[in-house]
Design a protein around this ligand. Structure first.
Ligand SMILES: Cc1ncc(COP(=O)(O)O)c(C=O)c1O
Length: 224
């Protein structure tokens, strides 16, 4: 798909919404394609601490041609605080600063102080979360695969289950039905046309809530 208008490849691993984690061959191929075609790699690595299988491969190793995007939304469970950062080489900074300035004048001061205080504890905090999330991952995938018409691969990272379904409806219709029944989820189509036929659940919730949610999904889809 690369032509003379292409300037960058955007990648995201561990991925939202699939929970997939890039393998070595894919990583190498992206590096080769970027180098051969003189492209930037914009790599969203906000889920890098959430790996259950395999390992994270960071484009921090390719900083002469990458911009690594990071957030505290996942690593400090601060979703909604809108605090993150980018890592790139110095030449890129004037362009990134210009864009950042017009997009968000600056993150709110109290949140910046909170992140500063929490920064030394990120690894310790996420290590505890990963064990807990691994149990939630297995629970939600087992529960989804027990439901007729739903099939869910085991995600290797992040905290999303992205099952496919065989009901005669769009993912938006199914998501709307489940939301009305009490379970928040996203239609696969929200992530692009290839997401149709899928639905995304987040398992950033207690095991008890996951069980309750999956009971609702099971009941709601039983008649479809
Ligand atoms: C892969 C990925 N990148 C970025 C974001 C957004 O991060 P922030 O909350 O810092 O805007 C999310 C949040 O859902 C995400 O899943």
């Amino acid at each position: 798909m690369i032509d003379d208008r292409t300037t960058a490849i955007v990648v995201n691993s561990p991925a939202n919404p699939t929970g997939s984690v890039m393998d070595e061959a894919t990583y190498r191929a992206i590096v080769d394609i970027a180098v051969d075609n003189d492209l930037l790699v914009i790599s969203d690595e906000v889920n890098d601490n959430f790996i259950y299988e395999g390992r994270h491969r960071s484009f921090l190793n390719l900083l002469d041609r990458s911009v690594v995007v990071q957030s505290f939304s996942k690593s400090l469970a601060m979703t909604g605080w809108r605090i993150g950062y980018m890592v790139a080489n110095e030449e890129m900074m004037p362009y990134l600063s210009k864009m950042q300035y017009y997009l968000t004048a600056c993150p709110a001061t109290p949140m910046q102080h909170a992140v500063l205080a929490a920064l030394p504890h990120v690894d310790e905090f996420t290590q505890k979360m990963v064990g807990m999330f691994d149990r939630r991952r297995r629970l939600i995938v087992d529960r989804l695969n027990d439901i007729d018409g739903i099939s869910c691969p085991m995600p290797k990272g992040a905290f999303y289950a992205f099952p496919s379904f065989k009901f005669d409806m769009t993912s938006e219709e199914l998501a709307t039905m489940l939301v009305s029944a009490g379970v928040i989820c996203s239609p696969g189509s929200a992530f692009g046309s290839k997401g149709e036929g899928h639905i995304r659940f987040s398992y950033a919730a207690s095991e008890q809530d996951i069980e309750r949610g999956m009971d609702i999904v099971e009941r709601t889809t039983a008649s479809l």
